[in-house]
Each structure stands twice: as C-alpha cells, then as structure tokens.
Design a protein around this ligand. Structure first.
Ligand code: PHE
Length: 424
C-alpha cells in the first residue's frame, strides 16, 4: 500500500498543534522577547498584534487555502520556491537544533553551575566554531527529526505535536514561576511590558512585520504543505487564528520566563544565539537549582526547534512526492543525506551559515509571503475561495472581501517595504 492510500490527514486538533509546532520556534524564544523590550514594550506589542491580525492571519489563510484546495498543484513554481528556501533554512536550522541538544546535555550534567559569564561566552564560542561536536549534535538533531518524519503525517507529525506542544507549555509555566519569584524580577517585567514610546520608531514597525512573518512560519510553504493534509470540513480561518494566538502567547510567555530572571541577576539582556547560549547559562549558573531550570529551558528550546525542523523537512518530502511518486521512506533516503551535507557545509564554512540565515529571513521569506498573497488575491478563482471561507470557514461574505482586500493591496505594499528596507 502506498503512503497516499494510507493517508487520512490531520485531525482538527492535530492540524492546529502541528502548525503551532512549526510556528513556535527559536524566533519566539530568542528574538521576540528581546525585540519587545528594545522597542518599547507594550507600545510595540500593540503594533505586533495589529500586524498579526492585518497581515499575518490573511497570509496564513491564503497559504492554507493554497494547500487545502489543491491549488498547490497548479502553482508548481511556488512549491519550487518554497523548496529552495526550505533547503537553505534546513542547513542552519539543523545546526542550531544541534546546539540546543548539546546545551541540554550540558545542563543535565550541571555544567554551568558557578561559571562566570566570560567563561560561558568563551565556551560557547569555542563550541560553535568547532567542527566535530557541532557535527555530531547536528547529526543527532537530524536523526531525531527524521524519525518523526519517517513515521508519517499522522503517526509522526500529528502524534509528536500532540505530545510535545502541551509539554512545552508546562515547561514554560514552570520557568515563569521560577523567574517571577526571584528578587528584583519586576525590572524585567517592566522592560518587557512598560509602554515606552521613546524607544519606539518607524524601524519598530518594520521589525514587528518581519518578526510576524517569521514567527507565523508564513512565506516558506510550510502552511501550504501542512494544510494539504486538512480534511474537507476543517476550518481554515479558525485554524489560522488559533495558531496565531498560540504562537503569540508562547512568545510572550517566553519573555516573562526569560527577562525577569536576567534582570533579577543583574545581567545585560541580549538577543539571538548569545541570549540563549551565553546570557541564560550565566543566569542559570547563579540561580538556586539552576541545573534543573537550565535542563527545562534547553528541553523547551530543543522541542521548539525540532517541531519546526520537522515542518521544514515536510515541505521537501511532500514536494518530492509530487515529483517522483516514491514512497515517503524512499524519498527520505535521498533527502536526509542531502540535508546532512548542507548542515556540514554550514559547520565547515561559517560564512555559509550567515549567508543562509540572512538570505532566507530578509529576502526569501517576504518574497514567499508576497507570492502566496498574490496568487490568492489575484489568481485563484474568487468564487471558490469565497465559498470555502463561507461554508467550511464560517465567515461572512464581507469578512472574506476584507481578507481579499488585504491580500490584493495592503500586503504586497507592506512586503515590498520590508523587502527594500531589508536590502538596505
Ligand atoms: N516560525 C519559527 C519561529 O518562530 C521559525 C521557523 C522558520 C519555523 C523556518 C520553521 C521554519 O522560530
């Protein structure tokens, strides 16, 4: 029996959790909280929420429609674009997931206890610029996500998401509990939430839009691939909204778990890899029961990274099915070694790592989002889209018109602005 005959697709909760698993990733943990604090807390949060509602959710709906309605077979070049993008993304995402696993391993051994920030910084630099250990952990990360992919859409991706996403929320609650009970934690809460209009600028708005696309996993073909496994009666707008809400809540929770602790221990906040692999280990080094909380934190990171990794891999696995009609396992035997080679390239040539990173997030993701908005806004049959949204989606006709308006006009203009400023 082929995979096609066996496939029934996602259940209703399954599709929400799997998509949320993709959306909730490193961006929520190492980027969102810092951008929020740096750009004026609650002031920026309002703009971010507006971006999610006005641009994020309509593009999510567009991509899910392309996937669910089978339009992806008509717009093969969109798929080609996503595949190229996902291949580049995979190279560095597997490497970073490997870092998370290494740090999980170190935390379990109580490795950070009593170490100074300087020592931890040197250790991270030595580790990440090394070759052997990053390669070993990258291989383990790839094997873990391949095992999930190997098991298929329902037995792998759906089951993994149903188990791991609730677990991720529990870990976050535990970390928040610890962080907020540290003396002096209110400074961190203030950094995150106090609406400070002085820190706010035009750049903050562009940041909000860029972060919104990256965080919701739009523009990468992931939503297209996942929603091609949706059942006919499943509701696209509701799924998009639930995922966007979950993604935003987790990003906010990550902020409350991280920054109060960072400020309480008198450490300067940072973003990106440095926040996660240097600043936070320094926090754990000084905290009582630091090893336990470090282990929980890196478990959280590893789960967030692996569920996102699986979603990027699925784009390629699904695309190759249309091309070759091979079984899922046969396709994976070709795809996994290719990803491994790309990961190795990123490890051996650090420039490649940075190039892949900026090429994808500054140029290819906004362009991908633009393509989906354009196809649904201008190219697909409008009546079919309206019918899908009003029957299975439960929307009123005027709401669909509003979505179409966003996709046709506002979204392309905004994306072009992000694109140009990103290039500059
Ligand atoms: N949405 C993910 C995040 O917020 C990022 C991601 C990128 C996920 C690429 C899948 C693929 O971190």
């Amino acid at each position: 029996m082929t995979t096609k005959q066996k496939r029934k697709g996602f259940g209703t909760i399954g599709v929400v959790l799997a998509t949320a698993g993709s959306a909730i990733g490193l961006g929520n943990i190492w980027k969102f909280p810092y951008i929020l604090g740096q750009n004026g807390g609650a002031a920026w949060l309002v703009i971010y929420l507006v971006c999610v509602a006005l641009f994020g959710i309509p593009i999510m709906i567009a991509e899910m429609y392309i996937g669910k309605s089978g339009q992806k077979d008509r717009w093969k070049w969109i798929q080609g674009w996503s595949v190229a993008l996902c291949i580049l993304l995979l190279g560095f995402y597997t490497v970073v997931t490997g870092w998370c696993l290494e740090y999980l391993h170190l935390s379990m051994q109580g490795h950070f206890a009593g170490k100074s920030p300087e020592v931890l910084k040197l250790e991270f630099e030595a580790f990440s610029s090394g070759k052997l250990w990053p390669a070993i952990w990258m291989t383990i990360a790839l094997m873990l996500s391949s095992m999930i992919e190997w098991a298929g859409v329902e037995k792998g991706i759906e089951r993994m998401s149903k188990m791991l996403m609730p677990f991720l929320l529990v870990i976050l609650v535990l970390l928040i509990g610890k962080s907020l009970t540290l003396d002096g934690s209110t400074v961190g809460v203030r950094f995150l939430m106090w609406p400070d209009w002085e820190k706010f600028s035009i750049g903050s708005i562009l940041n909000a839009m860029g972060q919104c696309f990256f965080s919701l996993s739009v523009g990468m073909g992931i939503l297209v691939a996942y929603s091609s496994y949706m059942q006919k009666q499943q509701n696209i707008p509701r799924t998009a909204m639930q995922v966007a809400i979950l993604d935003t809540i987790v990003a906010l929770m990550a902020g409350v778990a991280i920054f109060p602790a960072v400020f309480a221990l008198g450490i300067d906040p940072t973003e990106g890899p440095e926040l996660v692999f240097v600043t936070l280990p320094s926090v754990f080094a000084q905290m009582t029961a630091g090893s336990v909380f470090a282990t929980l934190f890196f478990l959280l990171m590893s789960i967030a990274a692996i569920t996102s990794l699986v979603s990027i891999m699925e784009v390629i696995v699904a695309w190759m099915k249309d091309k070759t009609r091979w079984t899922r396992h046969k396709r994976m035997l070709v795809i996994v070694p290719t990803i491994w080679l790309l990961g190795m390239l990123c490890i051996l040539l650090p420039n490649c790592f940075n190039l892949f990173d900026s090429l994808t997030s500054k140029m290819m993701i906004p362009a991908g989002a633009l393509l989906s908005a354009w196809v649904v806004g201008w190219k697909v049959n409008k009546e079919d889209f309206i019918r899908e949204m009003t029957t299975h989606g439960g929307l009123q006709a005027w709401m669909v018109q509003l979505i179409l308006l966003m996709l046709r006009w506002l979204t392309p203009v905004i994306i072009l602005i992000i694109f140009v400023t990103g290039l500059v």
